[in-house]
Design a protein around this ligand. Structure first.
Ligand SMILES: CC(C)(COP(=O)(O)OP(=O)(O)OC[C@H]1O[C@@H](n2cnc3c(N)ncnc32)[C@H](O)[C@@H]1OP(=O)(O)O)[C@@H](O)C(=O)NCCC(=O)NCCS
Length: 140
């Protein structure tokens, strides 16, 4: 069974399942991944209670007043299409329901996924510094 938690208190790097950052040419190491989870304002983890492994996660960065951004949602390939991604998103949107602006960027083929969860299509702008895809060498 999958269990969900909104903290990383009892987790270690070793409990992260293999397969995150699937398809990224220059993915973060799992120690950088831990830092990402620690630094996020909000995090929700999906854990397989049989193996104790974290198989999915979603993060949000927020000023805790008016705005929040959801930068990362991922379920490892072996656990996809079982409703975990939707449940993680549903739980994060519920956590952020007191916040005015909740934004994320996604490819067009995922817009229906987020629309089913109550989000609206929008336009956006971005920069990607690909040389830092594995994590900034000097985190600010
Ligand atoms: C997107 C993602 C988190 C969905 O997780 P999941 O646990 O498989 O999602 P659920 O089982 O809750 O929902 C499955 C639905 O997701 C949608 N979906 C998932 N990936 C999709 C994709 N690449 N394109 C279009 N729809 C997609 C489909 O509508 C699918 O519905 P179906 O089962 O009827 O085919 C997962 O595919 C993933 O980790 N992808 C790689 C990372 C990523 O793209 N993250 C989103 C960043 S914006």
């Amino acid at each position: 069974m999958i269990q969900y938690q909104d903290h990383i208190r009892d987790m270690t790097e070793a409990s992260l399942a293999e397969g995150f950052f699937d398809g990224w040419p220059n993915p973060p190491s799992y120690s950088v991944f831990m830092q990402i989870l620690k630094n996020a304002t909000h995090v929700i983890l999906a854990k397989d209670d049989q193996s104790g492994q974290v198989v999915g996660f979603i993060t949000a960065l927020s000023d805790r007043v008016l705005t929040a951004y959801i930068p990362l949602l991922e379920v490892v390939p072996a656990y996809q299409k079982r409703g975990i991604g939707k449940e993680l998103t549903r739980r994060m949107l519920d956590k952020l329901k007191g916040i005015y602006m909740v934004d994320l960027l996604c490819d067009p083929d995922l817009q229906d996924f987020y629309e089913q969860l109550g989000m609206r299509k929008a336009q956006g702008m971005l920069i990607r510094n690909y040389e830092h895809q594995s994590g900034s060498p000097e985190p600010q």
